[in-house]
Structure formats: C-alpha cells, structure tokens
Design a protein around this ligand. Structure first.
Ligand code: RM4
Ligand code: NI
Length: 289
C-alpha cells in the first residue's frame, strides 16, 4: 500500500506548520508521499533520488521541493546527508509579497514540484559552496528557533523560513542550470501573469518574455504547469477570490471584479468548476455569514 506520512507524526503538537529534520546520514526510506511539503537541502554524500517516473543523482548543494502528493524515495545511499524542512503550505502565516515577481520562486516552488508524472529534465537548483554556507546558516537558525520554542518562536521561525525561500529563489534566478534556464523563462512568464492578473492575456508578449515562439511557449507552459495560460490565470484569480471570501465580508460581485473577472456569472461558473462550490456555499462552509 502507498505510504503517506502524516502531519500528526511529523509536526509538534502545538500545530506550528514548519519542522526541521536533519538526516546525517539519511537512512534508506521506502517510497512515500506526505500530507505536507518538503524543502530538501543536500549537504553531503550522494544517492539516487527517485520520484514518479523520474530519477536523478543527488550531491551536496542540490536543493529541491517535494510537493506533498508526489511520491519519492532515496536509493543507492552513499552517506547522504541532508536538511529536510517540512512545511504545510496552506497553514503558513506568511505573505509572498513581491516574491512572486522573482522568476526563480516560480521555478523552484511552483514549476519544479508540479512536474509530477512527466518525463522531466533536470531544471534543478545546485548551489555553489558560498551559497550553501548562507542557506545552511539560515536552516540552522530555523532549527534552533524551533528547538528552543521560546515565546515569539513562531514569528522568528516564519521570518527565517521566508528568508530561506527568498534567498533560494534569488539563487535560482542568478545561476540557473541549463535546464533551469528553460524553467526560469516560464517563471518570468508566470511573474508577468501575476503582475497583470487583471488584464487580458497577451500571448505575443508572454512568448517574447519567455523568448520562444508562441507555439513552443504554449507547449512548454502547458507541460511545466499542467495548464494553459488562461486556465492558470483563472486558477490564480479563484485562489485570490477564495481568500477574500474567507477573510472579508465583501459582496461576491465586488470580489469577482476585484480579482479580475468582469462578469460575475462567468466568475461563479469558473469558481464552481475549480472548487466544486458556488462562492456563496464556499463562504458559508468557511464560517463567514
Ligand atoms: C525521512 C526522509 C523522508 C521524509 C521523512 C520525514 O527520513 O527524509 O523523505 O519524508 O524523513
Ligand atoms: Ni519525503
């Protein structure tokens, strides 16, 4: 049977959604998925990392993200050492602010993890020794904060985690591997789409940002995100709408316009398609009158 690691077994009982596991070395571990995500920083040794129908060799300096649903396993372990940062994306109390304008953020945290079941190339982040030193220092700080659990640790740990994510995103942008370059170009397109979430999609412009013909852009975008640019934008708009429905008591029509729809019936149809509920039902289920 497929093994799924549970939140209850791997996080502190106080419910804080980040946890650090150091593996020195990583022992053999059967194939598994998780109810959470993992940010893995390889600090030494090597192994074969197998996920879905993809596998690649890991060495010191490799950094990758495993989205929860994706199955993975370490094979042929040779003194593999790593820092594994477990986190529950939907429980984090942090804003991405302008990080979504950094192409490397999309490449590392949205594009790479979403490429399950596809025969993918290695668009992967590999850090130089100097970069590693910075990242390991942040990871250490995060670990100490979580161990000590002094008043304020939630704030400090979240801030440190944000720094880790921000720094890794920048490193990805500044020194991409050859395959990483292709992902980054799609990341640039995603950043552009997010910045212009209220506007019509301009395919010509997107293709030129990604430095591809329109045809190859559509193909590469689809295979990297699993969606067309239009479907992706609609998904983002709906995400924002969900959070406004939960957190505010604004009228549904207002929210529809706010997140970039100009027809509230169309909004309601798309909303139902993505979430399975009407905006009103969604709001009720989340306890807002
Ligand atoms: C294991 C291994 C797995 C991780 C769990 C939490 O030793 O690193 O990948 O999911 O720990
Ligand atoms: Ni795992």
């Amino acid at each position: 049977m497929r093994r799924i690691l549970k939140i209850d077994d791997w996080f502190h009982p106080d419910g804080f959604p980040i946890s650090v596991e150091r593996r020195e070395p990583q022992e053999a571990f059967e194939p598994h998925a998780h109810e959470f995500a993992e940010l893995v920083i390889v600090t030494g040794g090597k192994c074969l990392h197998v996920t879905g129908n993809d596998s690649w060799e890991l060495t010191a300096g490799d950094v990758f993200v495993i989205a929860g649903a994706r199955e993975h396993e370490y094979q042929n372990l040779e003194d593999l050492r790593l820092v594994n940062i477990l986190y529950q994306p939907s429980q984090l109390k942090m804003g991405l602010l302008d990080l979504t304008s950094v192409a490397g953020y999309h490449a590392l945290f949205t594009l790479e993890p979403s490429r399950r079941n596809r025969k993918s190339t290695k668009g992967r982040l590999h850090l130089a020794a100097k970069e590693m030193a910075q990242i390991v220092e942040l990871a250490d700080r995060l670990e100490h904060e979580l161990e000590a659990r002094e008043p304020g640790f939630g704030f400090m740990a979240t801030a440190t985690f944000m720094q880790l994510i921000g720094q890794l995103s920048r490193f990805y942008s500044s020194s991409p591997s050859p395959d990483g370059k292709a992902l980054l170009r799609i990341g640039e397109a995603l950043s552009h789409l997010e910045r212009n979430i209220h506007h019509e999609i301009d395919l010509e412009e997107l293709a030129s940002i990604a430095n591809m013909s329109q045809r190859s852009f559509l193909r590469v975008f689809q295979s990297a995100t699993g969606a067309s640019p239009l479907a992706w934008v609609i998904g983002q708009r709906i995400n924002r709408a969900c959070s406004l429905l939960r957190r505010t008591d604004r009228r549904i029509t207002e929210i529809a316009f706010d997140v970039g729809f100009n027809d509230s019936n169309y909004f309601t149809r798309q909303f139902r398609k993505v979430t399975g509920f009407s905006p009103r039902e969604y709001r009720l289920r989340h306890g807002v009158e």
